[in-house]
Design a protein. Sequence first.
Length: 285
Amino acid sequence: MKLPPFKYACPTTISEALVLLASHDGDAKPLAGGQSLVPMLAFRVASPALLVDLRKLAELRQIKIAQDGVSLGAMVRWREILDDARLRTAHPLLVAAVEHVAHYQIRNRGTVGGSIAHADPAAEMPGIAVTCEAKIAVIGKSGEREIAAADFFEGPLMTTLKADEIITEIRLPAWPAQRRFGFQEFARRRGDFAMAAAAVFYDEDGDKKARNAHVGVIGVGDRPLRLQTVEAAVNGQKVDEVTIAKAEAAASAAVDPADDIHASGAYRKALVGVMVERALKNAAV
Ligand SMILES: Cc1cc2nc3c(=O)[nH]c(=O)nc-3n(C[C@H](O)[C@H](O)[C@H](O)COP(=O)(O)OP(=O)(O)OC[C@H]3O[C@@H](n4cnc5c(N)ncnc54)[C@H](O)[C@@H]3O)c2cc1C
């Protein structure tokens, strides 16, 4: 399908990009990897008057690893995350999740900022951001702000991002070396969007009891979800078969997915429990 007509600009500085975005009364859009936006143009789901290509903004391409955490520039591509050996220890849960994102060609183009802005409820990166309490850094004509991932996603393809704002960074808190984690996803074919997936991590006390449990799921709601009831079932417990069975039941009970063309809500409800069970088993070994 042919794309609708649009004007195109490729700024070399963020300030130039912001001026361009503000120039069309909300009818301009940033273009990152194009892996979601271009299909949306083709299907006429979006038809902005101006596309502002972010590919020349080198400052958005950096992966920074510091004591206080990992910062991913918005234009960092999936392939760059998988190729960065430092991230395998600095944030192994992120890497485990990104291994499930799409296919080779799409991973070479798609970006973390594009995924966060696109806000697909079945996408891995928004799920990791919510599970890990990431902060989303954005800049617009009225300045910079930082939004907690839990407040950023408002529904399918809906966020608190304003039309004149650009995501600059996704900031993930520091990851202790001994932290236990697991990521499990079920999709019909590898690389498809998740039917359901679970990201879990926890730390351990000296007596091997879990604390600081974080459990997030995707594909089973209108946005990525943190499941506090599952976290409560894990915290203070040894992560053994009994705890895992309680967590599985709590996960299924916590979600209420709708029926859609891919699966019934009942199926996804059961599936998300299995994803949490498997992710906790991965974490516990
Ligand atoms: C066949 C196929 C399979 C896929 N499978 C998966 C999958 O399994 N998991 C998954 O997570 N994704 C999947 N994707 C999507 C892919 O990961 C995209 O890369 C991602 O959703 C969007 O990133 P992008 O860089 O391509 O953004 P674009 O398509 O360029 O932009 C997407 C949206 O974000 C906005 N945007 C982009 N960057 C910024 C920014 N810095 N600030 C503000 N707004 C911005 C754009 O204006 C647009 O609205 C798939 C895509 C395809 C085509």
